[in-house]
Every structure is written in C-alpha cells, then in structure tokens.
Design a protein around this ligand. Structure first.
Ligand SMILES: [Zn+2]
Ligand SMILES: [Zn+2]
Length: 352
C-alpha cells in the first residue's frame, strides 16, 4: 500500500509499505480523508514525540512511522475477537493508544492512561491507504455525515473535552488566545456549552472570518491591546480563558485576561517549559486546568454534525492528495500556518 512515512526532521517519504495486519481486537480501516494537525507539523519540524532511538513505551515501535491521527474511512477487515464491528462500517477514531490496565483506563479516562501513546506517533497512523485501529478507538459515522466531515471530528472533540473539564459555562464570558484549529474547536465547544460572549485573540486579519462564522468576537492583537480590547467590550476581564498556542507570551496573556476566581484552560503544546505569573494566579484564587486529547467527545461532535447544528466544512482551508502530502500538506502548513486552519488529505479517492 502507499503511505507517507516519517523518517526524520523534514523527511517524510511517500512510498510503498507493507499492508498492516489487524491484530486481536483491531480492525483494518481503508482511509478516505485524513487531517494534518499542528502536532504533525511539530513532528515534521521535530521530532517531538515520535520514538527515534528508544522504542515507544507501549507499542515498542520506533521510526520510520506513518503519521496521522485524524481520519475517517471504511472497515476493510476485522481482526480476531472483533464482533461489534463489521466490514463496510463507516468509522472515525480517537488517537489514544492505551494500556487498558491502569487506574485511568479502568475508570473511563483512557486519555490520561499512564502509558498513553498516539496512533500516528507511537504506531502507524492514517496517512496511509490502510491503518490498523484498536476497536476501543472507533466511532460509527452517522449515515448523513460524510467521511470528509468525520475526519474533522477528532480535533473538534479536543475543544469539547477541554470545555467539559471546565464545568458549567452557561452565561460565562470566555477568551481564547489563538485562533488556530484548536482555538476554533474551543470556540465551537464553548458556544455549544452556553458561554457568552466569547472573544478570540489572534494576530492579523487572516482568521477573523472563521472566528465570526463560529460565533466569536475577534480581536486582532496587532492593532489593539487584547486586554484593553476585551475589558472595553466585556466591561470586565473574563471568567474563562483558553491558551491554544503553546508559547510563553500567549500563556501570560491568557492568565492576565482572567478575573478573580476565573479558570485558565491549557490547550497549547509547549516546546519548552514556560514561566507563569503564579502570584497573579494565587492572589485571585484563579484556577489552572489542563486537557489532554479526548475520550468519547467524538461521538458528541458526530451528533452535532448529524443534527445539522454544526457544519465543520468551513474549517477546511486546503486539500492535498497522499502523493502531494509533503508539498501541499506539510510544507504548506509550515510556510502559511497563519492562513490555514485545517488541511485535509484525500487518501483513497471516491470513498464517501
Ligand atoms: Zn491532532
Ligand atoms: Zn492505561
């Protein structure tokens, strides 16, 4: 089969690779569409988490590996012991690879499994014609949801999971620092959870239309001080802030946007440990919460799309084929990351 294989820093090769064989408890999925995530970009410019020298703690695998953890497709084979899924089922999947044995796996919190890994990082993922997937990761795609739309549910579900960690958001004001895919997923989720108003802070005008399309108030940090901009419109600082970038200055902004007793939600991936104004956090009894990936929230997102309460397609800002994934995918998000929200890769054409 054809696959985009990660070999190292800026070295992804589209080449023939052996077809994966589904193990016990796995299915083989023929991939229709797969999304490029900020994490894939970090690995392209990295490595960040892809095991290079030391084998992955759960899978025992090392690079070269196939990336891609946001995808949808059709079940092509089922492995031993799989009874609840059948060939022809239209599916999408979460990315977590888990041990199934630790306290968190046993209490329904597999996203914080003590040995957590990700498909497309610790094991071959969806930038390939076929991917082997453990059944605990699978979600059935409703008939009226396209596989293309389903490929967008994993990143959106990260915002839904984060928002559910915060608690009741009804009538609460919120600010999101960073209007990328994860920031927009937080906007979609916070709006669905009843937060109002929701400010989204970015740099430049490129993301304004996306923020406004999903019901947020955009503030361009290049022309306006974001803290003044929020307080002027909101009459106060906000109840909840999301950091969705992963840099020290954006973290500092997210902290400074919070009222006393407000909640900070950390979504960004930091490539080096940031400093944080802990005195400001402590003196106002502000709360720091964090969120890791998703558990069952892909189901919630599929239902929102099926009920026509959410149209995720405006998030797609670019498309690539598997053959052109390096040029139209990885290089495009590196060169024009500020313009893109989501680039989708058509892996096998003609799958609906
Ligand atoms: Zn991702
Ligand atoms: Zn576990």
């Amino acid at each position: 089969m054809k696959a985009a294989v990660w070999y190292g820093h800026k070295d992804v090769r589209v080449e023939e690779r052996k077809m994966p064989v589904p193990k016990k408890g796995e299915v083989l999925v023929r991939v229709a569409w797969a999304g490029l995530c900020g994490t894939d970009k970090h690995e392209y410019l990295g490595p960040l988490w892809i095991p290079v020298e030391k084998p992955h703690r759960l899978t025992g695998e090392t690079a070269p590996l196939v990336q891609g953890h946001e995808y949808a497709g059709i079940i092509d084979q089922v492995g031993e012991g799989v009874t609840e899924w059948k060939v022809g089922d239209r599916v999408t999947a979460s990315g977590s690879i888990v041990c199934g044995e630790c306290e968190f796996c046993k209490t329904g919190r597999k996203n914080i499994c003590e040995k957590l890994g990700f498909i497309g990082v610790g094991k071959d993922g969806g930038f390939a014609e076929y991917v082997a997937v453990p059944v605990h990761q699978l979600f059935m795609v409703p008939e009226n949801v396209s596989l293309k739309a389903a490929a967008l549910t994993e990143p959106i579900s990260c915002g839904v999971h984060a928002t559910q960690q915060i608690g009741d958001l009804t009538g609460k004001s919120a600010a999101i620092v960073g209007p990328g895919m994860i920031g927009l997923s937080c906007l979609i989720a916070a709006k669905a959870a009843g937060a109002k108003p929701i400010y989204v802070i970015g740099q430049g005008e490129g993301k304004r239309e996306f923020v406004e399309a999903f019901g947020g108030i955009y503030i361009d940090g290049r022309v306006e001080d974001p803290i003044e901009g929020v307080t002027k419109r909101n009459g106060d600082l906000v109840d909840v802030s999301y950091e969705a970038v992963g840099l020290e200055p954006t973290l500092d902004l997210a902290v400074n946007l919070l009222r006393c007793n407000g909640t900070l939600m950390i979504m960004g991936v930091f490539s080096s440990p940031p400093r944080i104004n802990m005195n400001l956090i402590q003196e106002g009894e502000r709360v720091i919460k964090t969120s890791q990936a998703n558990v069952n929230e892909i189901q919630d997102v599929l239902e929102l799309i099926a009920a026509e309460k959410l149209d995720p397609m405006p998030l797609v800002t670019g498309e690539a084929t598997l053959d052109n994934i390096v040029k139209d995918g990885f290089e495009a998000i590196c060169a024009k990351g500020n313009e893109h929200v989501k680039i989708l890769v058509e892996i096998n054409d003609g799958l609906k």
